[in-house]
Design a protein around this ligand. Structure first.
Ligand SMILES: [Zn+2]
Length: 313
């Protein structure tokens, strides 16, 4: 997306990342979509200030542009940021997707004015980010906030990371899908919204729940209870002022957030908080892209420029 300095989206382009086709395909696609969107910026919007890239990888410092994708470890260290900076002659900032989304919500969404917050990114995987006084806390190797892999059970379901019983294995999209298939099968139901059970995705379950399907809602309530235990652990560890739940699963809204909040309110230590604040993000699924664009803001505020310009994320 291209945003203005207030995080408002001016232009957007979508593209499949082509991640499964190898590093060269990824590079070629990022290059192509950037050329496309930069060429589409109308003159009256000004010129772009910088490019922010949100990636599914740990980033150890806000100035780091080289990264390794944990899911494609064999690709080695990707020089995507440097390549893009050289091609486009603009400052390029790279950050982890959850960190970017957290910064988006902090600057322009639900986290504004908040001194400490935790952001939980619920997509296929479950990521997280810690924001303290406006800055992301990264930890020693960029892995801080990986809440998806806190373990809730010793012998729980297998997680994408190889361990068992991680939060992600209970609330990730795969878990929602599998929970739905089990429950619907138990009741002898063979399809959801016209789709055979084997074909469904977590998004179909969320759609059905939002349309009022009570079984689908029960699945999200179950998911929300596990989410609540995860958030409870975050509360006890870090005691943030606010926990924001974002990502594609968060559009389930209160069907997911309300049971989570209930668990937290019932079980959190009074010394940690009297009023746990858990909410879905205000930027929805745009949080990652807006946050990526906002990475370039740091460049702007570090300098003294005040011209009206655009950010690309
Ligand atoms: Zn895990």
């Amino acid at each position: 997306v291209v945003t203005d300095l207030h995080g408002q989206i001016e232009l957007r382009r979508d593209m499949d990342s082509g991640l499964n086709q190898g590093p060269d395909a990824l590079l070629e696609r990022v290059d192509r979509i950037l050329r496309e969107i930069l060429a589409a910026i109308p003159h009256d919007l000004g010129s772009p200030l910088g490019i922010g890239l949100a990636v599914p990888a740990p980033i150890t410092a806000s100035t780091e542009t080289v990264f390794t994708l944990p899911t494609y470890y064999e690709w080695g260290r990707l020089q995507l940021g440097e390549y893009i900076a050289a091609e486009f002659d603009l400052p390029v900032l790279v950050d982890n997707a959850a960190n970017a989304a957290a910064q988006g919500e902090y600057l322009f969404g639900a986290g504004q004015g908040c001194s400490s917050m935790f952001y939980l990114l619920m997509h296929r995987g479950v990521g997280g980010a810690i924001v303290i006084n406006g800055g992301v806390f990264r930890g020693a190797h960029g892995g801080a906030g990986e809440a998806g892999h806190m373990r809730l059970e010793l012998d729980g379901p297998r997680c994408g990371c190889g361990n068992y019983g991680c939060l992600e294995a209970f609330v990730g999209r795969v878990a929602i899908r599998e929970r739905a298939i089990r429950l619907f099968k138990f009741f002898g139901q063979t399809e959801i919204r016209g789709k055979a059970l084997e074909e469904i995705k977590a998004q179909d379950v969320i759609d059905a729940a939002l349309e009022g399907d009570e079984r689908a809602q029960e699945i999200l309530r179950d998911t929300g209870r596990y989410l609540g235990i995860g958030i409870l652990n975050i509360m006890h560890l870090f005691n943030p002022e606010l926990v924001i739940v974002g990502g594609s699963t968060a559009r389930a809204g209160d069907l997911l957030i309300a049971p989570a909040t209930e668990i937290v309110r019932q079980q959190v230590l009074p010394s940690v908080t009297r009023e746990a604040r858990v909410m879905s993000g205000e930027l929805g699924e745009d949080a990652v892209a807006i946050g990526a664009a906002a990475l370039a803001l740091h460049e702007l505020f570090d300098g003294s420029s005040s011209r009206e310009s655009e950010l690309v994320g």
